[in-house]
Design a protein around this ligand. Structure first.
Ligand code: ADP
Ligand code: MG
Length: 264
């Protein structure tokens, strides 16, 4: 995490006095993510900004940026309205290349899982308590994806980095149990983020590919927990009525994936 860098021009909205000094959270290939505030100094928000690309033709570049920001915001709004766990959109200026959304005060699912698994070697079996905690997280993930697909949206880039885990506010001031770190790492509500590649689709094939992308990402990011992925699909099936035909399609998609990797 770097503090605001003078080397990058900030979008104009972040130079207004009403926003607290923005913190550059991530800098991806396509855009930057800042943490700042919206309207109130105690209302944190995430600002996604796609700066102009100097190597692209300026008119084409601004059209593309505008279209992508509006499409991402539109999908988020639709999901939010229908109760899918996603950040709420607060404001946007697609022509200027930015969108402001609710700050999800938590950690990426990837970080939570790695915290629980720790630096153990890949071959070592998981303790049963960890397996149960992970399986429970997998169920929350599957339910979130089921809710997403139910609204007619496919994400396009499901990974454990594009999901956040927001701890439930623990009102109960229970004493520390000593092993709370382990359990607490995976506690909370799952939010889906990063809808830059999302599309509207009701097709089994598109939905199956969405699940397959996550399955592969999960296997490579968290090999020790690979076998727990089944719990994602179980919860998906429980949440989403049309899941069974998607899961049949998933078999095809996996088969194609295997053939492709055999051909190298
Ligand atoms: N609404 C949010 N609240 C908190 N953190 C966020 C939010 N949106 C994104 N982030 C953080 O910023 C990172 C990059 O955002 P993301 O939308 O995934 O953009 P990219 O297209 O660069 O991957 C995420 O992995 C997450 O850690
Ligand atoms: Mg991302």
């Amino acid at each position: 995490m770097a503090a605001t860098d003078a080397q990058f021009p900030l979008p104009k909205v972040l130079t207004y006095p009403a926003s607290t000094p923005p913190l550059l959270v991530t800098q991806g290939a396509e855009g930057r993510l800042y943490k700042t505030t919206h309207l109130l100094s105690d209302r944190p928000c995430a600002l996604k900004y796609r700066p102009p690309k100097p190597y692209r033709h300026p008119i084409l570049d601004s059209r593309l940026t505008k279209a992508r920001i509006s499409s991402e915001a539109k999908v988020l709004e639709r999901c939010w309205r229908e109760g899918v766990p996603v950040p709420a959109v607060y404001a946007m200026d697609p022509a200027a290349g930015w969108m402001m959304m609710e700050w999800i005060d938590g950690i990426p699912v990837r970080v939570g899982i790695n915290k629980l698994l720790g630096p153990r070697p890949e071959e070592e079996a998981l303790p049963e308590t960890h397996e149960a905690l992970l399986a429970d997280l997998m169920k929350r993930i599957g339910a979130a994806i089921g809710a997403l697909h139910k609204t007619g949206v496919v994400h396009g880039d499901l990974t454990t980095s594009n999901m956040m885990l927001r701890p439930r506010k623990s009102g109960q001031a229970g004493g520390s149990t000593g092993n709370e770190d382990e359990g607490e790492a995976l506690n909370g509500d799952v939010f889906i983020i990063d809808f830059g590649l999302a599309t509207q689709s009701m097709s089994d094939e598109d939905r199956a590919v969405d699940l397959y992308v996550l399955e592969r990402a999960f296997a490579s990011t968290h090999p020790r927990a690979e076998k727990l992925f089944a719990a994602v699909l179980e919860a998906y099936k429980e949440t989403f009525k049309k899941a069974s035909s998607v899961l049949i399609k998933l078999e095809d998609v996996r088969m194609r994936g295997r053939k492709r990797s055999m051909l190298g």
